[in-house]
Design a protein around this ligand. Structure first.
Ligand code: SF4
Length: 417
C-alpha cells in the first residue's frame, strides 16, 4: 500500500524519536532535570519512550509542565536542559525538547475534573504563569477562576510568537488540558484593582504579564508608521498584517523579541529588514535558534548603531537617521558596557516601517509590590511570572506558577488553622 507523505513523515519521526531516546545515558542525579525550570523528570519520560510507553511519557511531562506542548516548540533548551546534558561531553546533547514535543503531540487529553472544595482562588492572567499555578491549585482541590483582558487563553505565546515558531495546534493542546481540569476562565475581563477580588476569593494571584512597550525616546517615534513589537507580532499572528511586500523595515532592539520581529517581517515579504542594535554581537544575549532564523532569512544586523531620529511627513516615514556607537569601559546595571554615540558618525537609511522592540514593562497594579517569595505587600495577593520578576522565558513562568501555587496553599492552610 502506498504511504502518503504525511504518514511517511510520521513513521520517520517516530523512528528518530526512539533512536534519539536510546542515546540517553539515564544519568543518576540527572543534570538536565535540574537545569529545567519546570523540573520535568527527563530521564523518566525518556525511559518511557525507550520502552514504547508514550502514554506514560506524556503523563510525566504534562504533570510537570502544563504548557509542555508550547515548551516543546519554543523553549530555549540551549540555555536550560540541553546545556547540562552529559551526552554532550561524548558527542552531542540529547534533543530533549523535540522528544517531549513529540510525546505531547501524541497525548490524549481527557476530562480530569475534581470536585473543588478547599477554597476559591482568582488568577489574573491566562498566560503560562497563570495556567501553571491554576493547574497545581486545581489539582490540590481549589476552585479556580482566571480573568484575562484578552479574548483568548495562552498569553504571549498565543498572541505574539510567530506561527512559524509555534503552531496553533501546540497551543490548542495545552489549552485543552487546562479546560479539562474544570478551571473557569473569564475572557475579555480586565481587572483594574486586584484587591477588590479579595471580597469574593480566598486568595488572588497576579500573573498579568507585561503590558507596556518601552519607547526609544527619539524624535519621530510617534509617527503612525512606527509601531511597537507586541502590536506588530499580535497583528502578524492574528493575520491582521498579511504581507509587507516592498516595505523596508527597520527594527530597533537587540533581544529575542527583536529577532522574532525581524524574522516575522521578512516572512511577510519585506523587501529589506534591518535590525539596529546599539551594542556588539558579544553583548547580544539571544538564543542561537532565534539568531539562526534571522540569519537564514537574510536579515542585516547593524551592530553598534542607534537610530537617533525617525524622519517623515504626512504620516509617512522618509528616512531614519542613525549614528554609530562605541562602548564605554564602564558597565551599566545589566553588567554590559555603556553605549555612547560617536559624534559626526550620523548617516541616513531608508525605511517605510519602523518597529521598536526595546523591552517591556508594566503599569498594572503599581501600588502592589512582589516579594522574592512571590507573596506581595498585600496579604492574600500573590504574584508570578513576568509581572513579578521582569521579562523571562515561558518555562520560567511555569516554574513561578508552580512555586506560587505552593505558597498560596501554605498561606491558606495557615489561615484556616
Ligand atoms: S521545558 Fe525547556 S528546559 Fe524543560 S525539558 Fe523542556 S526544553 Fe528542556
Amino acid at each position: 500500500m502506498a504511504i502518503s507523505t504525511a504518514e511517511n513523515k510520521s513513521i520517520i519521526r517516530s523512528d528518530w524519536v526512539k533512536t534519539e531516546a536510546m542515546r540517553c545515558l539515564s544519568c543518576f542525579d540527572p543534570p538536565c532535570q535540574k537545569a529545567c525550570p519546570a523540573s520535568i523528570p527527563i530521564p523518566e519520560f525518556i525511559y518511557s519512550i525507550k520502552s514504547g510507553n508514550l502514554r506514560h511519557a506524556a503523563k510525566v511531562v504534562r504533570e510537570a509542565n502544563p504548557v509542555v506542548a508550547i515548551c516543546g516548540a519554543v523553549c530555549p533548551e540551549e540555555i536550560f536542559c540541553q546545556s547540562a546534558c552529559t551526552r554532550s561531553k561524548i558527542d552531542r546533547a540529547i534533543n530533549i525538547r523535540e522528544l517531549h514535543g513529540f510525546v505531547s503531540r501524541s497525548e490524549t487529553i481527557s476530562d480530569n475534573r475534581t470536585e473543588p472544595g478547599a477554597g476559591k482562588i482568582a488568577i489574573i492572567g491566562a498566560g503560562p504563569a497563570g495556567l501553571s499555578a491554576a493547574t497545581k491549585l486545581a489539582d490540590a482541590g481549589y476552585k479556580i477562576t482566571i480573568f484575562d483582558k484578552r479574548s483568548h487563553i495562552g498569553g504571549v505565546p498565543n498572541s505574539s510568537i510567530p506561527k512559524f515558531r509555534l503552531s496553533d495546534e501546540a497551543i490548542a493542546l495545552d489549552i485543552s488540558y487546562v479546560e479539562n481540569l474544570g478551571i473557569e476562565i473569564k475572557l475579555n475581563n480586565a481587572i483594574d484593582d486586584p484587591s477588590t477580588l479579595l471580597n469574593d476569593f480566598h486568595a488572588v494571584l497576579i500573573a498579568a504579564g507585561l503590558n507596556l512597550n518601552r519607547r526609544p525616546d527619539i524624535k519621530g517615534e510617534m509617527l503612525p508608521e512606527v509601531i511597537d513589537a507586541i502590536t506588530f507580532l499580535e497583528q502578524a499572528r492574528s493575520g491582521k498584517i498579511k504581507e509587507l511586500n516592498d516595505k523596508r523595515v527597520a527594527v530597533i532592539g537587540g533581544g529575542n523579541v527583536s529577532l522574532d520581529v525581524a524574522a516575522t517581517a521578512a516572512s511577510l515579504g519585506a523587501s529589506e529588514t534591518r535590525l539596529y542594535y546599539r551594542r556588539g554581537p558579544a553583548e547580544m544575549k539571544v538564543w542561537h535558534s532565534e539568531l539562526a532564523e534571522v540569519q537564514k532569512r537574510g536579515i542585516i544586523i547593524e551592530y553598534l548603531t542607534a537610530p537617533v531620529e525617525i524622519m517623515g511627513e504626512g504620516g509617512e516615514i522618509e528616512a531614519v537617521q542613525c549614528a554609530r556607537v562605541e562602548l564605554d569601559s564602564r558597565c551599566d546595571s545589566s553588567g554590559r558596557r555603556i553605549p555612547r554615540l560617536i559624534r559626526g558618525s550620523e548617516f541616513m537609511t531608508h525605511a517605510d516601517l519602523v518597529i521598536t522592540a526595546i523591552g517591556l514593562s508594566s503599569d498594572f497594579a503599581e501600588d502592589i509590590k512582589a516579594n522574592l517569595d512571590l507573596s506581595t505587600n498585600v496579604p492574600g495577593i500573590f504574584a508570578a511570572g513576568d509581572w513579578a520578576r521582569g521579562e523571562g522565558t515561558i518555562v520560567e513562568a511555569v516554574r513561578d506558577g508552580k512555586r506560587v501555587a505552593q505558597s498560596i496553599i501554605t498561606y491558606l492552610k495557615e489561615k484556616s488553622k
